[in-house]
Design a binder for this molecule. Structure first.
Ligand SMILES: [Zn+2]
Length: 78
């Protein structure tokens, strides 16, 4: 199965981003550390693997627990 690549379509606050999947329409709100949260606005295709595309801060800056958290919540990182 080809992973869906999500992209940031809006960042309304410094630590909050709205993500969109162009393939299936999945949309969610992510809030970054130190106050992680995730709100699914539209589930899209929940069977698909979703990977994170570009974002403002490099993925390298995420700690392993943060990456694990994202993975558990529907966004896998390389
Ligand atoms: Zn998708």
């Amino acid at each position: 199965m080809v992973p869906h690549e999500m992209r940031v379509i809006k960042s309304s606050e410094a630590d909050t981003e709205e993500w969109d999947c162009p393939s299936c329409g999945r949309r969610l709100l992510l809030r970054w550390p130190p106050r992680f949260s995730r709100i699914v606005l539209h589930p899209g295709d929940e069977r698909a693997l979703h990977v994170g595309g570009r974002r403002a801060a490099p993925v390298d800056m995420l700690t392993e627990p943060e990456k694990a958290w994202l993975s558990e919540h529907g966004i896998a990182w390389e």
